[in-house]
Design a protein around this ligand. Structure first.
Ligand code: SAM
Length: 218
C-alpha cells in the first residue's frame, strides 16, 4: 500500500473540494500518518471517505469531518486546546501540529492508553491525556483558547463553556444520538455566540453533562 499517495489523494479529493482551505490544516493532513492510528486489520481503509471502527464501539471520524472541525478552530499555533474524546489519537496529533499544547480526555482507558502510546512513539511532546469524564472539562489547566468535543452532545456541557477563555472557540456536535449539527461557539462577553456549520453523526458523549451510559446499552 502506498500510504503517502493515498494521503495526498485524501487531501486533493476529500478535503480541498469540500472547502478545507486553511493552508496550515492542509499541511498537517499531508503530514500526519492516519494509517498509524487505525487498527491493523483496517489499515488499508485508513484514507477512505468514512469513519472506521477503533474498537470499544468507538470510531475514528471521517477525514473531512476531522479537517472541518480543525479548520473551525482557527488555530494559529499559540493556543492551549482541550479535546474531549481522544479516540484513536489521530485528531489529537493534528491539533498538536497546529497549536501550542493539547489536553485530551478519553473516558475509555484502553483507547486512551493506545492513543498515548502511538503519540509518544511519534515524539509529540505537547500532548497530555487524561482518562475520565470529559464533560467535566479539565479544570487544572483551564481556561482554554479552544475546546473541541469529538462526540455528540445533547447540550453544550456547562463546565466546558466555563473553562473556555473569553473570545475562545468551541467546536461541538449538538443534537440527538442519531444526528447532530456541528456548532462553532465563540465566547463573547461571557456568552456563547453560536453558528451551525454542517450536519453530522457522532458517537454519543457519555458523562455527567452528557448522555447516560444506557444510550449505548453499556
Ligand atoms: N477524534 C477521534 C479520532 O480522531 O479518533 C475520534 C473520537 S470518537 C468519534 C469519540 C470519542 O469520545 C470516543 O473515543 C468516546 O469514547 C469518547 N467519549 C465519549 N464520551 C466521553 C466523555 N464524557 N469524556 C471523554 N471521552 C468521551
Amino acid at each position: 500500500m502506498n500510504y503517502d499517495r493515498l494521503r495526498e489523494e485524501m487531501v486533493r479529493e476529500q478535503l480541498i473540494p469540500r472547502g478545507i482551505e486553511d493552508e496550515r490544516v492542509l499541511v498537517s493532513f499531508r503530514k500526519v500518518k492516519r494509517e498509524v492510528f487505525v487498527p491493523a486489520e483496517l489499515r488499508e481503509d485508513a484514507y477512505g471517505d468514512f469513519p472506521l471502527s477503533i474498537g470499544e464501539g468507538q470510531t475514528i471520524s471521517q477525514p473531512y469531518m476531522v479537517a472541518l472541525m480543525t479548520q473551525c478552530l482557527e488555530l494559529t499555533g499559540n493556543e492551549k486546546v482541550l479535546e474531549i474524546g481522544t479516540g484513536s489519537g489521530y485528531q489529537t496529533a493534528i491539533l498538536a501540529e497546529l497549536s501550542k499544547q493539547v489536553y485530551s480526555i478519553e473516558r475509555i482507558r484502553t483507547l486512551a492508553r493506545r492513543a498515548e502510546e502511538i503519540l509518544e512513539k511519534l515524539n509529540y511532546t505537547n500532548i497530555k491525556i487524561l482518562v475520565g469524564d470529559g464533560t467535566l472539562g479539565w479544570k487544572e489547566f483551564s481556561p482554554y483558547d479552544r475546546i473541541l468535543v469529538t462526540a455528540a452532545a445533547e447540550e453544550i456541557p456547562s463546565p466546558a463553556m466555563d473553562q473556555l477563555k473569553e473570545k475562545g472557540i468551541m467546536v461541538i456536535p449538538v443534537g440527538s444520538i442519531y444526528s447532530q449539527d456541528l456548532k462553532v461557539i465563540k465566547k463573547e462577553k461571557g456568552r456563547p455566540k453560536v453558528k451551525t456549520v454542517e450536519r453530522c453523526v457522532f458517537v454519543p458523549l457519555i458523562g455527567k453533562y452528557g448522555w447516560d451510559e444506557s444510550v449505548r446499552g453499556e
